[in-house]
Design a protein around this ligand. Structure first.
Ligand code: CMX
Length: 437
């Protein structure tokens, strides 16, 4: 058994016993009340699921196993000359709750390299897809095309015992994460670079190798990829992509089926597609004004025009956060260090100054601040990834880390089929009548 699997097993074995004791002693205590407005309002804030890998505070933002993003940038090991944390280290932390050593990160990087070979039929499947199909759809299909290699599905068919689910899920998770950058880069090079594919470089870490296979060689872009893959990896369990993976996984669908479903959720414009929408919106503004030198007054006018059309300002607002997203701030910090004079970065920063007071003045937007998607596109474009409709695929490669680490915990806990109760409006009316009588 490899060192990460062994550590994971030792962690969940203890935790499973703790949970049994918690449920036995406190199982009937109430943790939340549900209001009718929450039932109609997208279930905001209802505390009803377990998610171990990260936790979200509305003011402070995301913490991965209790570490904030600035803390991760300081504490996660850096190898290969990196100046940003490696997602290998974050995955180790999310799966085990322990900070890895430099040696652990090196080992995991090599382990993912070792597992990254992709069956030919997957590339054939992608090759048959027209480039008119959105890259997110192609990415989802490619993950489905890999499903025939699911160890979980195969072992389940052979009659796997419940006590082994975690083991098979771990194997699928490691293989799938190892392969995602290759699949994503293949789609990118096929659609945007005349199918001129670039072979993987086994000396590079997971993120740098992804950058390399996209065709980028700037060491600063390697670091941006390490940061990008780290900060997008997880955002507690209630967000649409994470919750979808968790829900589909609860039917004992394997990691491939579950992740592909989560990628489809991420592809929505209110969720991950917002990074594409942000850049398209900025480019529409540039086109409208006929210049890239845009004043704050011009941005304010354009924002009001957008709102008057009944369109949301992409990259702003959040279902949970109530302050600027630390993932936005980490990217702003990176841009300040590497490319403060970039014209698009300047626009993103000016939008950051202009939009919040306007959204606040509407009196209905609960969070006027930028989210993660408000900044990523300008940075990617700075380093030459100019294809906006590819941005959410990059988000998806990263998001796999958190949702699959949690999927391993789901199966280690042997969580049951997820099945909340729905209500009809007639039943709600009946409830109101009974409670006011
Ligand atoms: N621009 C304009 N209006 C906005 C807005 C924005 N950026 N954010 C929220 N609102 C509006 C809502 O549309 C809603 O209007 P109605 O009452 O007329 O329907 C009202 O303000 C209240 O919404 P809310 O409670 O503040 O926000 P929600 O929790 O319902 O939605 C979110 C959150 C992210 C979908 C929303 O803020 C939004 O649409 N933002 C733009 C899209 C975006 O950036 N999504 C990415 C989120 C991060 C991610 O998942 O990657």
């Amino acid at each position: 058994m490899d060192r990460l699997k062994q550590l994971f097993k030792s962690k969940f074995t203890v935790q499973v016993e703790e949970i049994k004791a918690i449920v036995k002693e406190h199982g009937t205590k109430k943790i939340d009340d549900v209001q009718i407005e929450q039932v109609y309002g997208g279930m905001r804030g209802i505390q009803s699921m377990i998610w171990e890998t990260s936790s979200l505070d509305s003011k402070e933002g995301i913490r991965f196993r209790s570490y904030s993003i600035p803390e991760l940038r300081e504490k996660l090991p850096q190898i290969n000359g990196a100046t940003e944390p490696l997602p290998e280290g974050l995955f180790w932390l999310m799966l085990t709750g322990e900070l890895p050593t430099t040696d652990d990160v090196q080992w995991l990087s090599e382990e993912w390299q070792r597992r990254s070979a992709i069956p030919d039929n997957v590339f054939k499947t992608i090759s048959h897809l027209s480039c008119d199909i959105h890259p997110m759809t192609q990415f989802s299909i490619a993950i489905m095309a890999m499903q025939q290699n699911s160890i979980f599905a195969h072992r389940y068919e052979q009659g796997m015992s419940k006590s082994e689910y975690w083991d098979a899920m771990y194997e699928d998770t490691m293989n799938l994460i190892a392969r995602l950058p290759r699949v994503a880069a293949y789609i990118y090079r096929k659609c945007f670079h005349g199918n001129d594919q670039i072979a993987s470089d086994s000396n590079l870490d997971w993120s740098a190798n992804f950058a390399h296979m996209l065709g980028k060689t700037d060491p600063a872009f390697y670091d941006l990829m390490r940061l990008y893959m780290t900060i997008h990896a997880d955002h507690e369990g209630g967000n649409a992509s994470a919750h979808t993976v968790h829900l589909v996984g609860s039917t004992l669908s394997d990691a491939y089926l579950s992740l592909s479903a989560g990628i489809n959720a991420l592809a929505g414009p209110l969720h991950g597609l917002a990074n594409q929408e942000v850049m398209d919106w900025i480019y529409d503004m540039i086109k409208d004004l006929g210049t890239r030198k845009i004043s704050k007054d011009q941005i304010a006018e354009y924002v009001k025009k957008t709102l008057a059309q009944g369109i949301v300002v992409p990259g702003y607002g959040h279902a949970v956060l109530r302050s600027p997203d630390p993932r936005f701030l980490a990217q702003k910090d990176f841009a300040a260090a590497h490319c403060p004079d970039d014209e698009l970065v300047q626009i993103v920063w000016n939008v950051f100054e202009v939009v919040p007071p306007i959204l606040e003045s509407l009196g209905k937007v609960k969070n006027p601040w930028p989210n993660v998607d408000a900044h990523s596109g300008a940075l990617l474009e700075h380093y030459g990834v100019k294809e906006h409709n590819f941005y959410t695929v990059m988000f998806g490669v990263s998001r796999a880390l958190g949702v699959l680490a949690q999927l391993c915990w789901d199966r280690a806990y042997n969580l049951p089929l997820e099945r909340p109760k729905s209500l009809t409006t007639e039943e709600i009316k009946q409830f109101i009548a009974n409670s006011t009588n």
